[in-house]
Design a protein around this ligand. Structure first.
Ligand code: ADE
Length: 255
């Protein structure tokens, strides 16, 4: 097994806090205002870190992980707003592609295209995404045991699903039906919206390293997107993230 670490990047404090107890032999390193937690989880070398919110913070974090810590692959976890019909609060989205919805250098380049790359959509590593989707399915099949029926009920979560497809990112929380309708109109196949994934995708593409993005749907990117946001991360998303990451690493070590 390679002794170089897998990077697991959390968007929110509560998620990192949920993952840290899994870490054995922790060796923290502080760099660029970030605490990088090196160690092992089920024998697998990992480095856990909080990304910061938005594309620039995530870019800095990803570049440091790949260059300074020599991370062999990167998994980004967090929450997202559901865009496509049927992508509900409590579901999990495993990205297959990522796109920056606020990238627009038109008319010099087509809308959404990252100038001078010829690309608007960045593919995740299929094997990594498959493994995370399988772990997500195993975990949410037992969501009631994981989260507790009362918590699920309080967020109106009935039968959570795992979705795979396009996730879009931008430096903007999408807080209204008008804003999410506008995104659906220009990007009809987008499953979910968040604020970091496509930036990390571009950095990983530059370094030629595998990456994947795992998001729990916290809201429908509508006028009530902010309601219960913090409570959802604490009671649902961080519990999902810990369970999925642990299940994925356990299966990987056995494989
Ligand atoms: N992350 C979670 N919900 C979001 C939303 N509505 N917009 C952008 N990022 C999000």
């Amino acid at each position: 097994m390679s002794r170089l670490p897998i990077a697991i990047v959390s968007a929110m404090h509560d998620e990192l806090r949920a993952l840290l107890p899994l870490l054995r032999d922790p060796q923290p390193v502080r760099l660029a205002g970030r605490d990088f937690h090196q160690g092992t989880v089920h024998g697998q070398p990992v480095v856990l870190v909080l990304s910061g919110i938005g594309k620039v913070a995530a870019t800095t974090t990803a570049a440091l992980l790949l260059h300074e810590f020599q991370a062999t692959e990167l998994v980004f976890t967090g929450v997202a707003g559901g865009l496509r019909r049927g992508v509900k609060v409590g579901d999990v989205v495993v990205a297959e592609q990522l796109l920056q919805h606020d990238m627009d250098a038109s008319p010099l380049f087509p809308r959404f295209e990252v100038p001078l790359t010829g690309r608007s959509r960045f593919d995740v590593h299929a094997g990594l995404a498959d493994a995370l989707a399988a772990a997500s399915q195993r975990c949410i099949d037992d969501a009631a045991a994981l989260i507790g029926s009362a918590h699920l009920l309080s967020f109106a979560i009935e039968t959570p699903l795992v979705h795979r497809g396009l996730v879009v990112s931008g430096d903007r929380f999408v807080p209204s039906v008008a804003a999410s309708d506008a995104l659906r109109q220009v990007l009809p196949d987008a499953l979910a919206v968040e604020m970091e994934g496509a930036a990390v995708a571009q950095v990983c593409a530059d370094f030629g390293r595998p990456f994947a993005v795992l998001r729990t749907i916290s809201d429908r990117a509508d006028d009530s997107a902010h309601v219960d946001f913090t409570r959802f991360i604490d009671e649902v998303a961080s519990v999902y993230t810990r369970a999925i990451v642990e299940d994925w690493l356990q299966h990987r070590v056995r494989a």
